[in-house]
Design a protein around this ligand. Sequence first.
Ligand code: GDP
Length: 454
Amino acid sequence: MEKTIAAVATGNAAGGLGVIRISGEKAICMADKVFRPLDGSSLSDLKGYRAKFGSIIFDGETFDDAVALVFRAPKSYTGEDVVELSVHGGLFIIEKTLEAIFAAGAVPAEPGEFTKRAFLNGKMDLTQAESVADLISAQGETAAKASYNALQGALSKRINGVLEMLTDSSASMAAWVDYPDEEIPELDDQALADTLESARITLEELLKTYENGQAMIQGIDTAIVGRPNAGKSSLMNLLSGREKSIVTTIEGTTRDVVEEVVRLGELVLHLNDTAGLRESNDEVESIGIERAYQKIESAMLVLPVFDCSRPLNDDDLGLIEKCKNKKTVAIINKNDLPTAADISLITAAFTDCVFISAKNCTDTGELEAVIKKVIGASDFDASAPLLANQRQKLCCQRALEDINEALTCINSGITRDAVNVLIDDAINELLSLTGKKATVEVVNNIFSKFCVGK
Ligand code: GDP
C-alpha cells in the first residue's frame, strides 16, 4: 500500500489562504482526525467533490477555521483519495495544520509526488505531468497557453497518432513472419514506406518548432551589448520598467553582466546587460568585456545598441562584425538627439533596426514586433503540439533517426527483420516520451525537479 502523503500546495509564503493537500488510501480518515465539520458530521461519510466548513484541531485545541474538500479515488488529481484543507494562509497556521496531519499518520510528500502519483495511476502521461511544472513556472501568456495545451494532451495525442501507425505496421509484419502457414497478406513495401513517411513528417514538424517553442515557453536569452554610454542600461531599464542597471555617464559603469527577466507583450526575455565594449587596461573591466563577447556567442538574441548622436568608432564596427550570423535587432538609440553617426553602416549590416530613445521612450510595441519577427514568434501557434524540453526532443529525434533508417532499408531492399527492429526501436522511443515505457530513473529524475506540494 502506498503511504498517505501530505504537503502544502500553496507555496512557502503567507497569503489569504493556505491549502494543504493529503493523498492516499487513508487521506480521508487522517483528515477526520484533524478536521471537525461544524455540523458534527464526518468527512468519511462525505461523497467526492463535496466540501465542509469546520475547524482544525490539534492536541485537543482548535486553532483555525477551515474548509475541507474531499475527492474520492479515482476521481482526483492523483487518482487516490484526496483531501484539500484550506486554512488561513499564515505560515504558522499552515505549519501547525501540516504537523497535525503528520501526527495523524501522513508522511511528507516528496518533490512532485502528487503529480508522480497522478502519472503512475494513469491520470496523465509523462508529457502532461511535465506540463504541470511548466504551467506553474510560466512567466508569460504564450508560455501558459502552450503548457495548458500540453496538459490537455496535445502533444500526447500527436505522438499517440504516430505510435498507432507504427504499431499497426509492426504487428502486421510480425504476424506475417511468425505465422507463415496462415494466409496473412504481406505488408507491401509501398504501404510500409507511406506509413513511415507520414510518421517522419509528423516528427520532423515537431522538431522544427522546438527552438521557437523553447523561446516562447522558457524565454529568450537576450544579450544587450554596445560601447560604453550607448544606452544599454537605459534600454534594460526601459524593458524592465525599473532602475535595475545603473545609468550614469561614467564609462565602464556596468562591469559585469546584469540579468533580468522581463515580459515584453507575449514574449519573455532573459535580459543580460553587459559591460561596455571598449579597449580597457582595467583588469576587472576587461573580464566584463570578455564576458560580453561570450554572451554575444551564447545568446539566442542580441540587441546591439548604437548611440546615433556620436560618430561610430572601432568598437561599434567591431560589434557589427561580432553580431554576424546571430539573430539581432539593432537598436539605434538616442534618436531624440541630432544624428552624428553614419547610420547607413548599421542599416546595411542589420536587416532589423529599431530607432529609439531609450531614455524617453514609453512605448515598446515596435521593439516587441521586430523581436517577434526575428525570433520567428510572429507565426508561433501556442495551441499546436510542442516538444517542451530536451528529454522530449531527444526521444523524438531518436525515433526519427530509426524511422529514417527503416526507410533507407526498405528502399535498398534490406530484409524486413531489420526494418521491424528499427520500427520497434522508434516505438520504444516514443513510448518513453509519453512515459508508457520510461525507466524508473527517468521518471524519478523528472519529478525530482518539481517542488514539494506539486
Ligand atoms: P550604457 O553605458 O550603454 O549602459 O549607457 P547608459 O544607459 O548608462 O546611458 C549613458 C548615458 O546616456 C546616460 O546619461 C543616459 O541618461 C543617456 N541616454 C541613454 N539613452 C538616451 C537617449 O535615448 N537619449 C538621450 N538623450 N540620452 C540617453
